[in-house]
Design a protein around this ligand. Sequence first.
Ligand code: NAD
Length: 379
Amino acid sequence: MSVFSHREFDNHQQVAFFNDKKSGLRAIIAVHNTNLGPALGGCRMWPYGSDEEALTDVLRLSKGMTYKSALANLQLGGGKAVIIGESRTQKTDDLLYAMGDFIEGLGGRYITTEDSGTSVTDILKMGQRTEHVSGVDKASDHGGDPSPTTARGVFVSLREAVLHKLGRSDLKGLKVAIQGLGNVGYRLARYLHEAGATLYVTDIVKVNVDRAVRELGATAVSGEDIFGLDVDVFAPCALGAAINDNTIDKLKVSIVAGAANNQLATLKHGEILHQRGILYAPDYVVNAGGIIDVYYQRKMLVAGYSAANYAKDLSAKVDGIGATLHEIFVRSDAENVPTFVVADRLAEERFNAVDCHWQPQRQNQLKSNAPMAAPSCNR
Ligand code: NAD
């Protein structure tokens, strides 16, 4: 298995492999870039078919975190962790403690949080071995789970996209198709319902659909039909690659804006959306509410940074997602390049503006109340 020559390597700063025979833990942590601060990203537990598959996933995901945090204007770099295993049957306390030890060994360069297959409880267990965890703060009104903030950010994004593309500042009567009614999708549906939108929904879990029909007056549609509806917005909130060869030609919407990561199966699909005049709100900009939330939760470790500071900063930063999207949409129009290309360029401009890696002696940087300027190099 190659690392430095791996197709997803993309100049990763560090890739660490960990094996703990006693607990059975096998994990990889990838730190893509720490120019703007320590790498924060979720810890995924998944039964990968091969080591190669796990490595590919962690490299791709950690790079995405660098771009996401840079565009959210956070003093964070990008990183991610994967545990190879089935979360329902192979997760034990000892395995989570061993994962905590692994993270501790990186000296703060990587900070973990929840992802697919790991919960707040799991991260708290890792947190018994390392302080480099986030997304577990009881002072936040949702016990550390960032999903409600992610949903809020998606709603803010959708409003901005509607304003830009349709010239409308209210969402009354706007028709939105939502794929996936989980932690984020259902909350997004509720925000939209409260704003007067008309909802069309699908989920592979029937109770999720029934709840949206009952509580939000949504219309249930099949997993196939969700793509071809004559509606204004398509909001992918399930898994990745919703925009692919089989679905892209069916879309009749003006806007694609949703929570799911990696919505475009390939970059070609982003190009096609652009050519067809469908406004694509780049996924990692839209769903940054979660990383913003865990970032500010971590700041609450600092004396003097209160829950009130957290609430105020969080709200301002999530609203700021709208401003970032506005900048991307305007640049995309002016330069006639797809929005996802503009987003990538903007992120690269930000993290390439600083050319030094975060070092453990800057440990307190994240915990300080210093303004959000990019860190200066202290090597
Ligand atoms: P979730 O697991 O709670 O919800 C996903 C929902 O999608 C589930 O209800 C599931 O049944 C449904 N689903 C799965 N496959 C489907 C399909 N083919 N058709 C229709 N429905 C399907 O996950 P979540 O936390 O709500 O996250 C949703 C998406 O947003 C994911 O892609 C996730 O990576 C991304 N995201 C989430 C957060 C967060 O804070 N939770 C942050 C950033 C990005």
